[in-house]
Design a protein around this ligand. Structure first.
Ligand code: CTP
Length: 421
């Protein structure tokens, strides 16, 4: 059971917050409702009081609220601050650290995880100021349940409607689970875990492109980063498929492992499974070119030079990015980029070109980074910005990448189920 502050702000979706309060209570949580002044124009505080069986906080200055400096005392005792609906005004206040009422003061004062469910008119949602405020909050670790699309109360049709109450409750539950498991020991697969019930496909290692039965074109990838990601996803309770090129590593226990050799084989293995995944993480160093006509017999040397024509391989990451379900963000898609210069700029280019959620970019010219070492330092590039992850073990980097994947999964909790239906 968790103690949850449910912030309700002044949007037409405020009535749905009643269902959210009820859902959280049904799951055994203790909920205190915090309403802004304009929220009370849409729903009466008595409704929340009856459901939560707690006094509703509507005013920073109400009698009793200061006996124990309530916004500080609640701030330090809650396990989660959930704000649904979150108006453009509240999102703006949170992003800028303004604290002119109880809810915004609570946001600044608490160190509990924060989940917001924005709801507003489409144009407001798309306004660059609102988009920037949301990006700021996401970059600071605030979790967001995306609004739905459809008919809005203002008569418009578009994105902005408060997410469905059950999706908001599911996102809250996932966040609470993540918090508990971050505090305790990692859970084995099938025993909960932050990725329990999720399917994650990871690619790893190089691909070998055959020239003839004894020679190939390959690269220096050891597979360590991909294997670390697979191990970490298993530790978090996911069902993991590891599609691996040739490596000397032992696959982590519990992963379904599919060994492939060439880019074409990896393409076939990934595409056959991608639509069933919640997340696809392409850590493999896939060959961009393959011999046009591999010889069936060993090529014998001659006196002169040898020219081999190479054809472009299929881009697996880009093909997964083109799956129809990607329009709903399913599966969450992570690409890798190994560069020797202009690392972040190239990664930003890949983000757009391959329609992926995150690009994990590393500068392989740096000591301790890249091929055949145990450590890595990366920049995780997304639309929300760039997160620099300093030099550390590949498993610690894998943990950070999976935390970011989990955040993306929280944003639309039911999308995998919806896409499969
Ligand atoms: N990738 C892929 N299929 C390919 C090639 C690459 O899925 N045929 C994936 C890799 O697994 C990695 C990302 O794409 O996640 C790397 O992007 P890419 O543009 O191929 O990187 P580079 O080859 O390093 O880029 P460039 O040649 O543009 O410098």
């Amino acid at each position: 059971m968790a103690f949850i502050a449910l912030g309700v702000t002044g949007g037409i979706g405020a009535y749905k917050a009643v269902e959210i309060a009820r859902g959280l209570q049904k799951n055994g949580h203790d909920v205190v409702a915090v309403m802004t002044r304009s929220a009370t124009q849409f729903v009466g505080p008595l409704t929340f009081e009856a459901i939560t069986r707690r006094a509703v906080i509507t005013d920073q200055w109400q009698a009793g609220a200061n006996a124990d400096i309530e916004h500080i005392s609640i701030a330090s005792t809650i396990d989660l601050l959930l704000v649904a609906p979150a108006t453009a005004n509240t999102v703006g206040k949170f992003a800028n650290g303004l604290a002119d009422d109880f809810l915004s003061s609570l946001f600044v004062a608490t160190r509990a995880p924060v989940l917001i469910a924005p709801a507003m008119n489409t144009n407001m949602f798309e306004h660059p100021a609102v988009a920037k405020n949301l990006a700021t909050l996401i970059a600071r670790g605030v979790h967001v349940v995306d609004p739905g699309s459809g008919y809005l109360a203002c008569g418009w049709i578009g994105k902005g409607r408060l997410a469905e109450p059950e999706d908001v409750v599911a996102a809250a539950e996932q966040l609470l689970r993540a918090k508990t498991s971050a505090l305790g020991a990692p859970k084995p697969p099938g025993d909960g875990g932050t990725l329990a019930g999720r399917r994650v496909l990871v690619t790893a290692g190089p691909t070998f492109e055959d020239i003839d039965p004894v020679r190939f074109v390959g690269n220096r990838s050891s597979g360590r980063m991909g294997y670390a990601l697979a191990a970490e996803a298993l530790r978090r309770g996911a069902a993991v498929t590891l599609v691996t090129g040739p490596t000397h590593l032992t696959p982590p226990h519990g992963a379904e492992t599919i060994a492939v050799r060439s880019a074409a084989e990896m393409h076939a293995a990934v595409m056959a499974r991608a639509a069933d995944q919640d997340a696809v993480i392409m850590a493999a160093a896939v060959a961009d070119y393959t011999p046009a006509e591999p010889a069936s017999q060993k090529v014998k040397k001659t006196g002169g030079d040898l020219t081999i024509t190479l054809n472009r391989t299929k881009d697996i990451l880009a093909d997964v990015g083109r799956l129809p379900s990607r329009a709903q963000g399913v599966p969450v898609l992570v690409g890798f980029a190994a560069e020797t210069h202009d690392v972040v700029a190239y990664a930003q280019g890949k983000l757009e070109k391959k329609a992926v959620d995150l690009v994990v970019a590393n500068d392989v010219s740096r000591a301790g980074v890249g091929f055949d070492v145990e450590t890595n330092a990366v920049s995780i590039v997304s639309k929300a910005g760039v997160e620099d992850v300093p030099l550390q073990s590949k498993s610690a980097v894998a943990a950070r990448v999976l935390e970011r994947v989990e955040q993306l999964l929280i944003a639309v909790p039911a999308r995998h189920a919806a896409a499969k239906a």
